[in-house]
Design a protein around this ligand. Sequence first.
Ligand code: NDP
Length: 460
Amino acid sequence: MAQYDYDLFVIGAGSGGVRAARLAAMSGARVAIAEEDRVGGTCVIRGCVPKKFMVYASEFAHHFKTSKGYGWTVEGASFDWPAFLAEKDKEIARLSGIYVRNLQNAGAELAHGKARLLDAHTVEVGKIGKRTADKILIATGGRPWRPADLPGVEHAISSDDCFHLPKLPKSIVIGGGGYIAVEFAGIFNGLGVDVTLVHRGPNVLRGFDDDVRSHVTEEMEKRGITVILAAQHTAIEKTANGFMNKLSNGHECESELVMLCLGREPYVEGLGLEKAGVKLNEQGAVAVDEYSRTNVSNIWAVGDVTDRINLTPVAIREGQAFAQTEFYDTPTSFDHEMVASAVFSQPPIGSVGLSEADARKQYGKVDIYLARMKPMKYAFAGSDERALLKLVVDCATDKVLGCHVVGPDAPEMIQMAAIAMKMGVTKHQWDATCAVHPTLAEELVTMREKHEPLGLGQVA
Ligand code: NDP
């Protein structure tokens, strides 16, 4: 008779939890996974996947505009928000169903309900009751954070709400300058909403390369988004037609909707971590070691709840590394270095490695290669949209430390660049690669002249 009901109990059926549960179950372990919402987590249900559909939907406006330059006449084009939402919901339900089937096929048991720890080996799930497990994995993800002390904060929606708006607003003010703010600014703008983005910093997307930050802001403005920097909300007040946005720079503007995208926080509330003795770090995330193990030896945590790199593929790899270590006898820790990321702004960004500023701090002397040009598709159509491609190279070793692209297909390009950079490619090897013509990506392997920076964010 086994000592516990399960070998592994996973809390949270998002990207990281599902990957770990499936792999563990496929090894023959007795596995259960609890989920209080639909299976799939933030990525599938209210994040990456539906967001990308919204990006696709919103990009048509730009395509229609560009198509004129190619001789097309698109008359009477209109967008049906409810019809789009219905299709999006169908697809999300299908994908969530695939996740459920994959779990079942692997032999993992699904428990619907909110799970909380009673001690280091006992979990209570909603109405299902108490279950014991030898090992426990916390994979509860994150959720939107909102400043409780902002007057009128209750009037603002978060990214969670954007996927079910009954109708599109005429205007929206978006607070924040991170991934979500910038992506939704592009989405709403493309769908014909009057968008104002308000960010407290000197430029959007802190942490990204400064040239990328300036470039994407310029391009967003060209597409009609109003970007207000060095300001933040001080109050949101209800008006007859919507809301008054009061900002720290004294500016006031009215909008039909207000959305705050001020970051996400690890979802640890009500989990009973204290009962099991699991410690949080200073940021309020579950503290883990390189093998994702918490301070309690039989409890692990992966994904956004650990607030390392909050990206779906990272959560998946952390979950996989945990399963390999604990159920396949192959100690594996995920390497968080050189993880590429994409921002689905319009135009989009692909980025891997260090920004110029970080590279200068870490390596001292670096060479910069930079190109800014009109992508041929847009140049032909008479648009002044520009793309940016930038390489940061270590002078001492010739190693490519950073690659940053803003422009059409940048997220697709950066995946390939990340392979080479993960292998430690040098600029010499990079240049030895023959170009693919005619593409925007070929600029990456044909940049020969070093760029002399005029100052952060300024481009010659
Ligand atoms: P981010 O951390 O990216 O951005 C938060 C933004 O809110 C920053 O601009 C920050 O400013 C600002 N902010 C924070 N606190 C305050 C405050 N009190 N008042 C005013 N402004 C504030 O969070 P997001 O919510 O946009 O995204 C969360 C994470 O989800 C991302 O970091 C990313 O890891 C992931 N994600 C990834 C996507 C992708 O891969 N394409 C898409 C969406 C999300 P400051 O910079 O000054 O701190």
